[in-house]
Write a protein that binds this ligand. Structure first.
Ligand code: FAD
Length: 484
């Protein structure tokens, strides 16, 4: 018995209620919300998860359960007030869930991976066999279960779809405590529900992920623009060419706003004063970012193809490029993380806002948000185009338009002033509302059930029906505040 809930006696050794365990499970990367669970489970097997959830399901007073990957949510998504948080990474400690590569050249390769594993470990393990996942996130110290519960997006999404599009099969412990294997063919309703499902329908314990042959090197390129229309037109051109050529030339396409003259490390030293001057003159520069993966056999042709491809674009005078290893490129955000850790700037509040903005509203978004709200505050953002190679059966929500942009305002603040930043996020959302730009939040939270219903739109009924089917007692993922 912990507080007023009764927990499975046979998990006693693995359930912790000490201050350290509770504290670690009561906060997340956002550092905005604090919610104490009653207890924390450190599972050593999938059986432990079945026992924990099954016990709650069969109890007259069910307790809530939240799977926590690395707690990189920003608004309490992996928390469970007065419930039980499951520290998923504990599953990897006894090696019960390894990273196992399967398949063959003819039918395609895949990797079976425990959902508690970090993507960086998946990358390192698969590269040993010359293979790699086809769709990544910009940051790799996230769990497989955590990103599959959202979508998992980056510069490969326009070509390969988000990570949730590149899964063959899942093992899931549902809200009834049953372990089911699901795929597009078997238990498909559960499969689609769980992908992008914010942890509402079950805890993923294993994912079978699509692999492809890896290349060793990356040509990483940035081009600068002063005009948003030209920048977005060029992004679309590249996207269309890329689609036609099945991504033979560009493997990755993103974009950013450049507003800080002190963040010019990527660019040659001799060009930095000129770029800083342009920032001063225009306030915002738009950066088109691409990456092309290559190896010894394609080393010479890649430059030629890129030269040809970029000929029709309208960037400012120069193309800035670097040759880096594949791992250096994919793990690029971690380098920045280490610097932030060193300076005590990683574990601070993160009042983030991530939006999917439909193409029809992106010009107005640039004028109202980038050029007015952001420039006034001198905050930066990244933005890139996404084609919805997105299976609409899945739970993840996107705008109701063929093409949309993802726009990320990844803000950090002090412990006492995150509300100031949060108010800016509200100002951005209010602007979109007034301007009729039908944005959808990614990784977002909503304050009320009505807002969630509005978020899911035409998908709400399916989402609710699936909840009733797979977690009828509303046990799972209470921190998202959708049903609890
Ligand atoms: P958690 O935050 O622990 O969990 C997230 C949600 O999933 C919770 O609701 C939790 O209950 C649920 N959950 C966790 N594990 C499971 C499981 N096994 N089964 C079912 N539900 C589960 N996202 C992108 O798409 N692209 C990016 O490029 C990207 N970059 C990021 C960079 C940084 C620095 C950070 C902090 C986040 C980034 N994210 C990105 C967001 C990331 O996808 C989310 O934070 C996500 O929640 C993964 O984090 P996590 O593994 O710590 O999961």
């Amino acid at each position: 018995m912990a507080n007023n809930i009764t927990l499975p006696p046979n998990l006693q050794d693995k359930i912790h209620t000490d201050d350290d365990a509770i504290k670690a499970a009561s906060t997340d990367y956002g550092r905005i919300i604090t919610q104490n669970p009653v207890a924390v489970l450190f599972p050593s097997s999938v059986e432990d998860l079945k026992t924990l959830i099954g016990f709650s399901f069969n109890s007259s007073v069910p307790y809530t359960v939240a799977a926590k990957g690395r707690g990189h949510s920003v608004h309490g998504g992996a928390m469970a007030t007065n419930g039980v948080v499951v520290e998923m990474t504990s599953l990897s400690k006894n090696g019960s869930n390894k990273i196992v590569i399967g398949g063959d050249k003819a039918s395609g390769f895949y990797v079976d991976v425990g959902a508690e594993q970090l993507w960086i470990d998946v990358l390192n393990a698969t590269l040993q066999k010359g293979l790699t996942s086809v769709s990544w996130t910009d940051y790799l110290y996230l769990t497989v279960g955590g990103t599959l519960s959202n979508a998992g997006i980056s510069g490969e999404t326009h070509l390969k779809g988000p990570q949730i599009n590149n899964v063959y099969e899942l093992d899931v412990v549902t809200g009834k405590g049953e372990l089911l294997t699901c795929s597009k063919q078997a238990n498909s309703e559960l499969f689609y529900a769980v992908l992008g499902g914010l942890g509402q329908f079950g805890i993923i314990t294993r994912a079978r992920i699509v692999l492809q042959p890896a290349k060793a090197k990356v040509k990483w390129i940035r081009m600068l623009y002063t005009d948003f229309d030209t920048f977005s037109k060029d992004q679309e051109t590249l996207m269309a060419v890329n689609e036609r050529s099945s991504g033979e030339i560009l493997n990755f396409l993103e974009g950013q706003l450049l507003m800080d003259p002190n963040s010019l490390d990527f660019y040659p030293r001799e060009d930095r004063p000129r770029i800083a001057y342009l920032i001063k003159q225009y306030g915002i520069l738009y950066v088109l970012e691409t990456a092309s993966y290559y190896d010894d056999s394609t080393k010479h042709s890649v430059d030629k193809k890129l030269h040809q491809l970029f000929k029709s674009l309208s960037y400012l005078s120069d193309i800035y490029s670097k040759n880096v290893t594949y791992v250096e490129f994919l793990d690029r955000v971690h380098t920045g993380e280490l610097v932030l850790h060193e300076n005590g700037l990683w574990d601070v509040p993160h009042p983030w806002l991530n939006l999917f903005t439909p193409k029809s509203g992106i010009q107005a978004f640039n004028n109202g948000v980038f050029k007015k709200i952001l420039l006034k505050q001198n905050f930066t953002a990244s933005t890139f185009l996404v084609y919805p190679i997105w299976d609409d059966n899945m739970s993840a929500v996107i705008p109701d338009e063929e093409i949309f942009y993802t726009t990320e305002f990844l803000l950090s603040s002090g412990f006492n002033n995150w509300q100031v930043f949060d108010n800016i996020n509200k100002e951005i959302l209010e602007f979109c509302d007034k301007a009729g730009i039908k944005v959808k939040k990614y990784l977002g939270y909503h304050d009320s059930k009505e807002e969630w219903i509005n978020h899911f739109g035409s998908k709400w009924k399916t989402f609710q029906d699936r909840k009733n089917q797979f977690d009828p007692k509303m046990i799972l993922s209470p921190g998202q505040k959708i049903f609890n």
